[in-house]
Design a protein around this ligand. Sequence first.
Ligand SMILES: Nc1ncnc2c1ncn2[C@@H]1O[C@H](COP(=O)(O)OP(=O)(O)OP(=O)(O)O)[C@@H](O)[C@H]1O
Ligand SMILES: [Mg+2]
Length: 453
Amino acid sequence: MLDKTEKRPILVIDDEGSMRIALSEALSRSGHLVDCISNGYDALKKVQSTSFKLVITDVKMPKMNGLEILLEIKKVLPQIPVIMITAYGTINNAVEAMKKGAADYILKPFSFEELDAVVKRALANGRNKETPVKDGQKQKEIITRDSRMIKLIDLVKSIALSKSTVLIQGESGTGKELFARYVHQYSERREKKFVAVNCAAIPEDLLESELFGYEKGAFTGAVSRRLGKFELADGSTILLDEVSEMGLKLQAKLLRVLQEFEIDRVGGKEPVPVDIRAVATTNVDLKQAVEEGKFREDLFYRLNVIPLKIPPLRERRDDIPLLVEHFVEKHSLRCKKVAPRVSPEAFTAFKNCEWRGNVRELENVIERTVLLHRDEVLLPEQIIMEEVSEDGKVKGVIHRGTRSMKEMEQDLILRTLEELEGNRTHAAKALGISIRTLRNKLSDYKRQGGMQI
Ligand SMILES: Nc1ncnc2c1ncn2[C@@H]1O[C@H](COP(=O)(O)OP(=O)(O)OP(=O)(O)O)[C@@H](O)[C@H]1O
Ligand SMILES: [Mg+2]
């Protein structure tokens, strides 16, 4: 979600000078900044170099017509709403344009009020729409109204078309992966599958073959050639998640990939060229890791071409109500419930939390709360918090109410089970505990109270 006061201009494309002047005056009167251009070719160049909030284009123009412009814009920047200007005689063009992704159309001649209404509607819809995605994964929207975050999103859009490496730093759960996917989504690589590698989850020796692949016979068990993630990401974007966890030997190999754009498969004789765009994320201070000798300095500079520092949620508390509403809607829909209204007191409670685990923690809390919630209104004592340690890791579940922890835990577990029709696997997952812990707790309750479970 973008701020209403945003200053990005509207681009007007029309071959008729008088029309450009009229549109420019009308839009400026409504407080928009306006940029005018007389032909499609220049407009497409401009669209890629400037961040516009909206494009208004005439349909009938010599050389490149409005429909062609629309298709080109949708290819590079699918999220920009495009409004078509058309005449009564050519209304079919407008219908076709809407099918091809135009936000709206306006018929000539039109009044100032009509134009204003169409623009307002297109901007409002554009704000909440999910970015269409081509690689089969649904792109999640970055919800924010924080000026630092909006600047980061604009930065991502402006650098997406380049091949420069992006380093995303931020605490756990701040949305680093979400930003990494945005980089891919706004690039011309979006048609290709985004490849993600979690450097922390894979042991060092396996990580090498995971990233670089291997030739048949490279080691015992290498019965056939296997392509690594770099080769799988050829022509696309590769996310090196938690890059700080990579060992020094692999760091040297990674540096070579980023300098030469070629890789050596394990046991391979020839280097293989790869066309990749690398995005790395880390939740530790990489500069400090360099000072401590844990991370190569040359690699740090190679990765840090475009640095994105995502602020923790507690430094952008105005985002919390927006995120709360978004997640309440999302998870209510998921469990086929009517979304409860969040009381002002609950909003305050959400706003005042520390959120060490950032947006991920907030979403988990809402997911659990919504799952177990039955009333029309959500009150603060009904929020089911997580117990999160200093580094953002979840330790357990706590209720904000006044009963004893034990009682609340039992109540929560039994209600979750009931809600999920006795499915213990699902219940354990929803509760964030292992199935073994759940089983033990249930036998405790049975022993204590002779409960029928
Ligand atoms: N601004 C946001 N709007 C909507 N959803 C968000 C936002 N920020 C984060 N999320 C959601 O929160 C969760 C955590 O985000 P993400 O995985 O990108 O964080 P991360 O920084 O990579 O975390 P980690 O360091 O733990 O890997 C995801 O489900 C993501 O979709
Ligand atoms: Mg992550």
